[in-house]
Design a protein around this ligand. Structure first.
Ligand code: PMP
Length: 432
């Protein structure tokens, strides 16, 4: 028997979830969700919501997408799990298919895949891989980065609100090239100089690599400007390090222009980390790396119990198929562009909006107390966030100051939804 009522669920959480898991509730009044279909969710009382959060970017092609569910169910019924000690064709096929999504302009890059269960596990592995390959310890990351909750992933997470005591070291943070409020203003070169300066002053001078999200998610949808990732790659490689792209939020066509967010800059990373949208809700992550970079790790054991789980990998294969068949990337581009335009219109109307930004279906509006000083306004952000929920819109608060509303919906969002999102936000701002 499952008791679905809100009060009982809340009581059970309060009593039996550890504080570390139970307290991350951004809404004043939490919801119990019962059902999802494509870009929509229904709570236990039957109320419908448009999901602009995609269960935190996990839902890439739509809640409970029938093709993804069918693929996973068929696999689970036949053989739910098969450890990598044995062979199974489903993850092997999926590895081949994922490798084929990577850029390979001259056809000479051999991409290989290591499947994990989550993004942070993949981040952890990428850290180890970079350190094993280069023989260097020091890593660079961006100040407003989020890379996950494991100790290693926290150690490269710049946003202090996500870092707990006692994290491992050998990480230096550099200023994010935030074109709206970055410490060096708009532009790219000062931020690249900062990378060089940090390597020279805060590391041994030889580094293992640098982690970059092509579009920062929790950072508040901060896009790496043109030339930043390629410029970073040059400087990092000159210091013996690797460029590691965290595509956990920006990958799988979400930016609309490309399958991978970093592709916009024409840069090819050495290691790519992916998760969330890869399984459309099934737990799955992956490190995709150049073959020679992954090779030194063969010297010791590295075994993720559920890595390459065939049920999740069957879901992952279906996700890639649906991205192609349903023209998901194209939809992210066109619907994202339409939504961005409507958000810009809202900025003209509502003084509280300081910035509107993003690409594809990875968008944000940032609230400020004053457009000139750009002082962040987390209070208005929280109020709009709650009011949107009353209009049936699920968004998320993000950014180092919790002053951004982040929109990362399932990528099947439609133009009709865009109207509803605009009207809901408009009502929310007008009600303040
Ligand atoms: N990297 C990024 C950019 C993320 O947003 C997240 C999760 N929010 C992670 C890594 C960690 O992934 P997971 O929660 O699956 O461990």
């Amino acid at each position: 028997h499952t008791d679905w009522t809100l009060n009982e669920t809340a009581a059970r959480r309060d009593n039996f979830y550890a504080a570390s898991q139970s307290k991350f509730i951004p809404f004043k009044d939490p919801m119990v969700f019962k059902k999802g279909s494509m870009q929509y969710l229904w709570d236990v009382e039957g109320r419908k919501y448009t999901d602009l959060l995609g269960m935190n970017v996990c839902i890439s092609v739509g809640h409970s997408h029938p093709k993804v569910v069918a693929a996973a169910m068929a696999q689970a019924q036949e053989l739910t799990h098969c450890t990598t000690m044995f062979y199974h064709p489903v993850p092997a096929h999926f590895a081949e298919e994922l490798a084929a999504t990577m850029p390979n302009p001259d056809g000479d890059i051999e991409w290989v895949v290591h499947f994990t269960n989550s993004g942070s596990e993949a981040i952890d592995l990428a850290m180890t891989m970079a350190r094993s390959y280069t023989g260097n310890l020091d890593l660079l990351a961006l100040r407003t980065a989020y890379h996950g909750p494991t100790a290693a992933a926290q150690s490269i997470t710049g946003i202090s609100g996500w870092r707990h005591p006692g994290m491992p070291g050998n990480v230096a943070f550099v200023a994010e090239p935030n074109q709206y409020r970055g410490i060096f203003g708009a532009g790219v070169d000062p931020y690249l100089d900062e990378i060089e300066r940090t390597i020279n002053t805060a590391t041994t001078g030889q580094i293992a690599g640098m982690f970059i999200e092509s579009v920062q998610g929790y950072g508040g949808i901060i896009e790496m400007p043109h030339g930043y990732m390629s410029g970073a790659a040059e400087r990092v490689r000159a210091a013996g390090g690797l460029l590691i792209a965290d595509e956990v939020q920006a990958g799988f066509g979400r930016t609309g222009d490309h399958m991978w967010g970093f592709e916009r800059d024409g840069v090819i990373p050495d290691i790519v980390v992916m998760a969330k949208g890869i399984g459309n809700g099934f737990p799955l992550g992956a490190v995709v790396a150049r073959k020679h970079i992954a090779a030194p790790m063969a010297e010791k054991f590295m075994f993720h119990t559920y890595g390459a789980n065939p049920t999740s990998c069957a879901a992952g294969r279906a996700v890639l198929q649906v991205i192609r068949e349903d023209k998901i990337q194209e939809n992210a581009r066109t619907v994202g562009a339409a939504l961005l335009e409507r958000l810009r219109a809202l900025k003209h109307k509502h003084e509280a909006i300081g910035d509107v930004r993003g690409r594809g279906l990875m968008l944000a509006i940032e609230m400020v107390k004053d457009r000139k000083t750009k002082e962040p306004d987390p209070q208005t952000t929280a109020a709009v966030f709650e009011a949107c929920r009353d209009s049936g819109l699920i968004l998320s608060k993000s950014g180092a100051f919790q002053s951004c509303l982040r929109m990362v919906p399932p990528m099947c969002l439609s133009l009709q939804d865009v109207d509803q999102v605009h009207d809901g936000l408009d009502r929310a701002f007008s009600s303040l």
